[in-house]
Structure formats: structure tokens, C-alpha cells
Write a protein that binds this ligand. Structure first.
Ligand code: GDP
Length: 521
């Protein structure tokens, strides 16, 4: 919008809306994107071969006028949040796909949380209505609870029944997108200036070098322009659209694949045209150095619950944002309900920006970085990618297995008390590679230690697919070959017996826990 302020009204021209398709896995995001594309390929344009460049544009007749819509065709909200994590907002409207035979599922909620957090209006495509078990009205009812109230029920969200498979309802989806755009969004940009936008996909091509799909957000990008995209730079040697057709000039909301960059930018990197080649290179190099420094600084600065408390006290923030993940929906709901009952004075606010069942994922961590949130894991753990990303971004991920403890921490924090003096520290993680039955010890896990140290006197936990299946277990035996040992370090193999706890499987993780005094910051 800063962009718009720089422009006078008569320089601004209507541009097509940019749409992302989100929803639960298998609900038909890809099928819908394909159906839209297939229904709308204009005969004249299909000169080249269909390319998946990360976006495509369709032309549709709406209220007697030809209108274009740009679709980002990497479905899912991971891409959406990853871009937002870089500060890029490319999406004007999100289409939330919900299978009518399945109803809302965890990722449906996750997707709508992400869209709502980004203030992106939603159109709901109720898909698979051709199926015998389809219940499109139920989907409408279910989503009401999440603030998406269908127009027919007095709300302002457009729901469209579709069958991506049979190609029905596709035109209605396009109409709904345009009506939603026209209802509340200022979709204009100035095409008569140097281009700016966002890289939405990029890769290294064997023959062509770095290729990046960029979405033009304002101005016009021409072949021959010198650009910087993130830390990549170069002259645009050639551009092509999603039909493989060469493009000489790309206007706002158009996505084109460009060749000529020095390296591969990341999805979400912004790009802009720079007059001088040399300046472009200098900017790219400065950015690269700045990025390195920022990474270093971030590694030092951790966003912890304690930091939040302090910031709340100092009046620097007004809300404590939380993401709750748990092993079962009952626990998540119970935790959420209890958290929302905490009484605090009016100046602070507790916001639960996302909740869900299952392991803490990279997408949760991304959302936490974007919206400055703390992640609460109740009987769940982060997957490897999430763990790495949380460490890199300094996101506070706190684990609890007792609701009361979580409540106490959050309550103390909101009331400005920086308490917990002891905290659980994960001392080691081992992966189960084999399970042996022993008459003496019951089931014994043959493991390899993946990180830290497994010690004989630590408490252990068993985690399966990110969910805790056994907690507070004693290590009854710890052996390397035939020897009893007191500790085993990273990359070594050993046998772990968990006493009476026998529910272990290949692929589970055994995590060991110690209580450590918390360093006072
Ligand atoms: P995504 O994971 O959300 O991208 O889902 P896909 O588009 O891959 O679809 C998942 C499955 O549902 C595939 O087997 C599709 O053929 C099927 N599917 C998608 N849309 C429809 C539909 O409208 N009707 C029926 N019967 N099946 C569909």
C-alpha cells in the first residue's frame, strides 16, 4: 500500500487479482488448479507447451467484460507462509478447497488461519460434490465456527460447490473470485514505471542456468532490464509465460519466468529493476552481506516467552501470540479454552493465532516468525525441519505434557512474572532401528543416537511421528554390545530398555530429558 501512496490516482490501472489455492491434502487443490487451467486455455494462446512455472493466468468473461485472474499454482499454505516469512505478500485472495465428503480437516483450519493472519479474503470451493457421500451444507456449517459464514447464511464469504474432476462449478469459482476482489480490494497498479515484484519459484536449469518465476506487482518488466532479486542480479535475457510463449514486456499481476540471473533467488524474495548493471550487482552483494549479519544477530537474539513478558511490561507489545499443537484435538481444545479464561488486565491480549493436531511443523514455525508467536507443543514434538528452523529463527517452542503447567507459565508471563526456574532440557535423541525381545528386560530398542547424549539416569520419552506415546519413563538398561554403560554419545549405537514400557517400534524416537536450572537473562 506504500506503493499506492506514491502514485496519483490517474496513474493507477486495474490489475488482475492474484489467487492462491489452499486446503487439506487430497481435497483437490491440484485438481482444481488443473481444471481451471484446462477450462480456460484460449485457443490462440496455446502456441507453446504448457509449462509449470509456478503461476498461470486465465481470462474469463465476467459481467460482459473480459477479466484476467492470476493463479499461483504451487498449492498449499507452506509456500504462502514461506513467502510471507520473507515479508512478501503476493496473494490477494485465497481459495480454500474443502472436500465435501470429508469436511474440514486439520490442514483446512491451518490454511484458513494462515489466510486470516495475512488478512487475505477467502473464497471457499466445496469440492468433490460428485461423490455419493458429499455434504456441502455440512462444510458451510463447520466453517461458520471459524468465522467463515456463507452469504446464504447472512455472512460475507462466497462458497461455491465444485467438482474439479467433472469440471463443474469452475466458472462460478472464477466469478466468486472477481466478485470478492471487486467487493473490497483496491486492485490497481501503475504499469508505467520500472517493475517491482516477488520471485515465486526458482531453480537451476541445466541448460539455461538460474531461472526464476517473478510476479510483477507494479511497473512493467522488459527483456533487457537489469534486476535484483534477493541476492541474485542480472539482465533479463529472456522471458516466457506458462505456455512457453516468449514475452517481451510483463505488466502487473503477470508471472513470467526470467533467465539471466547470477544465482537462484528464493521464493518470496522481492525483485526490482535497477538502471545500472553495476548498481544491481552492488545491491545484491550488500544484501548478501546484510543477510549473513542478520542471521548471526538472530542466532543471538531468541524470542522467548520471557522476552514477551518483558516487552508486555514495557508496553512494547500488546498481545502474546500463541500457536498450539497437541496430540489429540480434545487436549488442544481444552488448552485453548483454559488459556482464554486466564484473566489479565485489559491492556494485554492473548491471541491464539493457530491451533492444530499433530507434530510441530516447519509451517507452524514460519507462522510463528511472521506473527511473533510462541509455540506450545502438548505431547507433540517438532519434526526435524521444524526443529532446525525454530533454532535458526530463535522461535520459542515450549513442550508440556500437563495442561496445568502450560497454563501456569502463560499466566505468569501475562502477569509479568518471569518465573519458571527449572526447565526441561532435552539431553539426547535416539532413533529406534530395531526392536529385540529380551526375557530379562522386555522389549529392548536398538538405537542410534542422533543428537546429544543418552544418559542412564535421565528420564525418557517415546515419540512416534512427532507425538509422545510414552512419557516419564525410566531407563532400566543402557548397553553397548554386552556392556552396561552410563552414557552414549551422538552417532553411536546402543540398546535401551525402558522397563515395563514395551510399546516401541522401529522409527520411533527416544528422547531423554533432564531438569536444569534456567539461566536468568
Ligand atoms: P491435493 O492434495 O489437494 O492437491 O489433491 P488432488 O488434487 O491431488 O486430489 C486428490 C484426489 O482427489 C485425487 O485422486 C483426485 O483425482 C481426487 N479428486 C479431486 N477433485 C475431485 C472431485 O471433484 N471429485 C472426485 N470424485 N475426486 C476428486
Amino acid at each position: 500500500d506504500q506503493e499506492l501512496e506514491d502514485e496519483t490516482d490517474d496513474e493507477l490501472v486495474a490489475r488482475p487479482p492474484v489467487v492462491t489455492v489452499m486446503g487439506h491434502v487430497d481435497h483437490g487443490k491440484t485438481a482444481l488448479l488443473d481444471a481451471i487451467r484446462n477450462a480456460k486455455v484460449a485457443a490462440g494462446e496455446a502456441g507453446g507447451i504448457t509449462q509449470h512455472i509456478g503461476a498461470y493466468q486465465v481470462i474469463t468473461e465476467h459481467e460482459g467484460i473480459e477479466r484476467a485472474i492470476t493463479f499461483i499454482d504451487t498449492p498449499g499454505h507452506e509456500a504462502f507462509t514461506a513467502m510471507r516469512a520473507r515479508g512478501a505478500q503476493v496473494t490477494d485472495i485465497a481459495i480454500l478447497v474443502v472436500a465435501a465428503d470429508d469436511g474440514i480437516m486439520p490442514q483446512t483450519i491451518e490454511a484458513l488461519n494462515h489466510a486470516q493472519a495475512a488478512n487475505v479474503p477467502i473464497v471457499v470451493a466445496v469440492n468433490k460434490i460428485d461423490k455419493p457421500g458429499a455434504n456441502p451444507q455440512k462444510v458451510r456449517q463447520q466453517l461458520t465456527e471459524f468465522g467463515l459464514v456463507a452469504e446464504e447464511y447472512g455472512g460475507d464469504v462466497m462458497f461455491v460447490d465444485v467438482s474439479a474432476k467433472q469440471g463443474t462449478g469452475i466458472q462460478e469459482v472464477l466469478n466468486a473470485v472477481l466478485l470478492t476482489a471487486d467487493a473490497g480490494l483496491d486492485m490497481r497498479a501503475n504499469p508505467d514505471k520500472d517493475a517491482r515484484g516477488v520471485a515465486i519459484e526458482a531453480r537451476l536449469d541445466k541448460g539455461r542456468g538460474a531461472v526464476a518465476t517473478v510476479l510483477i506487482q507494479s511497473g512493467t518488466l522488459n527483456v533487457g532490464d537489469s534486476i535484483v532479486a534477493g541476492t541474485a542480479y542480472g539482465r533479463v535475457r529472456a522471458m516466457a509465460d506458462e505456455n512457453g510463449v516468449p514475452v517481451l514486456a510483463a505488466t502487473p499481476s503477470r508471472a513470467v519466468q526470467v533467465q539471466g540471473l547470477s544465482s537462484v533467488p528464493r521464493a518470496g524474495d522481492t525483485f526490482l529493476v535497477i538502471q545500472e548493471d553495476r548498481t544491481a550487482r552492488q545491491i545484491a552483494e550488500k544484501r548478501e552481506a546484510a543477510e549473513r549479519n542478520a542471521l548471526l544477530a538472530k542466532a543471538r537474539k531468541r524470542i522467548s516467552l520471557e522476552d514477551f513478558t518483558r516487552a508486555l511490561e514495557e508496553g512494547k507489545v500488546e498481545s502474546l501470540n500463541l500457536i498450539i499443537k497437541g496430540d489429540v484435538s480434545g487436549a488442544v481444545e481444552a488448552l485453548e479454552e483454559s488459556l482464554l479464561k486466564i484473566e489479565v488486565d485489559d491492556s494485554v491480549q492473548l491471541r491464539i493465532i493457530h491451533r492444530g493436531v499433530g507434530a510441530v511443523t516447519e509451517s507452524d514455525v514460519n507462522l510463528a516468525t511472521v506473527d511473533n508467536a510462541i509455540i506450545i507443543g502438548f505431547n507433540v514434538r517438532p519434526d526435524t525441519k521444524a526443529r532446525e528452523r525454530a533454532a535458526r529463527e530463535g522461535v520459542d517452542v515450549r513442550f508440556y505434557s500437563v495442561i496445568y503447567n502450560a497454563l501456569e507459565d502463560i499466566e505468569n508471563s501475562l502477569k509479568g512474572m518471569l518465573k519458571p526456574e527449572f526447565e526441561e532440557v532435552q539431553s539426547g535423541v535416539a532413533e529406534i532401528r530395531e526392536v529385540f525381545s529380551s526375557s530379562k528386560f522386555g522389549n529392548v530398542a536398538g538405537v542410534i543416537v542422533r543428537s546429544g547424549v543418552i544418559t542412564r539416569n535421565a528420564k525418557a520419552r517415546v515419540i512416534r511421528n512427532g507425538v509422545v506415546v510414552g512419557d516419564n519413563l525410566g531407563i532400566e538398561s543402557l548397553r553397548r554390545f554386552k556392556d552396561d554403560v552410563t552414557e552414549v554419545r551422538t552417532d553411536f549405537e546402543c540398546g535401551i530398555g525402558l522397563g515395563k514400557f514395551n510399546d516401541i517400534q522401529i522409527g520411533d524416537e527416544i528422547e531423554t530429558i533432564e531438569m536444569k536450572e534456567k539461566p536468568r537473562v
